[in-house]
Write a protein that binds this ligand. Structure first.
Ligand code: MG
Length: 379
């Protein structure tokens, strides 16, 4: 990573609440989403603008973070600290300036992304190059939600396979596991790269349902137990041949190192928002490389903005498995940016433009925006 990137002087921080309709409802163990509400951050600097996207969903069901809370903490606690810095702020300074505030990693990540975007645009450097990407395209995986009907699930998976996705992840929950997984295996064979994600919905005391999944040749079982139960995951891992992967549990590179040392997982899902930013995400990547374990980049129903950043991150060499990096049309009728498309080889092209690459399109942004708040320097 290029640590020499010059900082930018932040003049104002704009917060936008946007709503985008999903093309279809998405059902997970957390509940059903019909639209994506999110918080966008634009920093206006002496070197030009930079955009950041906050991964927090509308409700605090994935972690404790949610849109309204992220907005509140940026206004009351994070933005004032950044705006109080008299000189230029580089991407690496953001986490340091905000370190006095505990948690709120998705809100911090959005601010870091915006500062990074502005600084990289000023330098004419792409995010992928800055982070240390080694590939021009990355294989794309897709997540398929709970349908409640096995036939509908097999049809949904069939559509994604036909579109060219290189691996499929099924959302599971107690009561929706072995039967639908068996049906998908039966329909598509062992040639389909297949994994499941429980979003922490199972209990350690009842491992039978998870052990039933062990015979289906899954690449991994993601986050079966509650996020804070690392020892439970380590114990469960001893009873399964399928590798466990952690998502919600991994909130930093330090936690990733702990989880790997405990044997709580053999694969790590990396999301910049969940760990506090792209720079910490690279440190989690580095911890996985050091431990010799597989890693991949997850998704939070990002718009083209956040997804472009995820694709750039996924181009690092330690991301050895396909990420949740689907095309814009997987989620949105109209994306905020020019749509990200799936290539004919089932890969997503890594953006090469300066900064994150894509920017929100004025017309779409205008229609999607519910409110705008502009925060400036005091005095
Ligand atoms: Mg997950």
């Amino acid at each position: 990573m290029d640590a020499e990137l010059a900082g930018v002087r932040i003049d104002t921080i704009e917060l936008r609440r946007v709503h985008l309709a999903l093309v279809e409802p998405f059902v997970t163990a957390h509940g059903t989403s019909r639209e994506r509400e999110m918080l966008l951050v634009r920093v206006r600097t002496d070197e030009g603008d930079g955009w950041g996207e906050c991964a927090a969903p509308a409700e605090p069901t994935y972690t404790g973070e949610y849109v309204e809370g992220a907005h509140h903490v940026v206004v009351g606690h994070l933005a004032p600290r950044l705006l109080a810095v008299p000189g230029p702020v580089g991407p690496g300074d953001v986490a340091r300036v905000l370190a006095g505030i505990r948690g709120h990693r998705m809100a911090k990540a959005a601010l870091e992304m915006a500062v990074m975007d502005a600084a990289l645009r000023a330098a004419g450097l792409s995010l992928a190059a800055f982070l240390g990407a080694t590939r021009a395209a990355v294989p794309a995986g897709v997540a398929v939600g709970v349908t409640g009907d096995v036939r509908q699930l097999v049809e949904a998976v069939g559509r994604r396979v036909a579109q060219g996705y290189r691996r499929v992840k099924l959302k599971i929950a107690p009561g929706w596991d072995a039967v639908p997984v068996a049906a998908v295996r039966e329909a598509f064979g062992l040639g389909l790269l297949l994994q499941v994600d429980a979003n922490g919905s199972y209990a350690l005391g009842d491992p039978a349902a998870l052990q039933m999944l062990d015979g289906f040749g899954l690449t991994l079982i993601e986050q079966p137990l509650a996020p804070d139960d690392l020892l439970g995951h380590a114990r469960l891992a001893e009873t399964l041949a399928t590798p466990l992967c952690l998502d919600e549990s991994i909130t930093s590179a330090a936690v990733a190192a702990t989880a790997l040392a405990l044997g709580a997982c053999r694969v790590v899902n990396v999301k910049p928002g969940r760990v506090g930013g792209l720079l910490e995400a690279v440190r989690v990547h580095d911890a996985c490389v050091a431990a010799g374990v597989d890693a991949w980049v997850g998704g939070m129903l990002e718009t083209g903005l956040g997804r472009a950043a995820n694709v750039a991150l996924a181009a690092l060499p330690g991301f050895t498995l396909p990420g949740d990096l689907s095309a814009s049309d997987r989620w949105f009728e109209t994306d905020l940016t020019e749509p990200l498309r799936l290539g004919p080889d089932g890969c997503m092209a890594v953006p090469t433009g300066a900064g994150v690459g894509p920017v929100p399109l004025d017309e779409v942004l205008g229609c999607a925006t519910a409110s705008i708040e502009e925060l400036g320097r005091r005095g």
